[in-house]
Design a protein around this ligand. Sequence first.
Ligand code: DX5
Ligand code: ZN
Length: 225
Amino acid sequence: MQPKIKIAASILAANPVRLEDEIKKVEMAGVDLIHIDVMDGHFVPNITVGPFIVEGIKHITKVPLDIHLMIEHPERYVKTFAEAAGKGDLITFHIEATKKPEEVISLIRGTGLKVGVSMNPDTSTEIVENLLDMVDMVLVMSVNPGFAGQKFISKVLPKIAKLRSVAPGKMDIEVDGGITIENISQVVQQGANVIVAASAIFKTSDPFSAIKNLRQMAEEVNRKE
Ligand code: DX5
Ligand code: ZN
């Protein structure tokens, strides 16, 4: 039996000028996390939001925030993002973006927030395995980070299975990128339990049903195991 399924709605595909309405919609659908993609134009070829927006979002929702930092030198910024967010929220940094992962982890821990470590599709799991005891979540990217609406890279499936086999207890394993109703079962079968979706939620005519269907499909896999 895998840990509880959590659905994280990535606001990257939401309507940016109607963000509050979009967040309320997914909140009403019972989404478990609001996934915020922070991009700096260096680590990834795109620029999105900073702590100011995170703070604004914090004021309009009670759903825990899942802050995905795709930025160079996360050690310089985690404190500011933690101050914008709050207890119960989670900050994930990329292992490729820092030479000091232990320092980043302890900086985030020091703020009282939860910690996640993420890896790109081409990064091997070995590089994060020695950190698993120190974090709450590991995030396996299933697209090259930077944009919503990309195609799922299926070669990451064995990485999820490997991490599930070495991760302590009921650790959260998140998958992010290209998730659809067609492939969600596969990632859950390999051991992922936190599922990020942007396009599969916000680019549909009915985000409420999209969340319900994604959850149902994922929980179905867990029930069979
Ligand atoms: C990509 C971001 C993802 C993205 C997912 O760099 O980290 O969270 O929003 O978008 P979809 O679900 O459309 O692939
Ligand atoms: Zn993300």
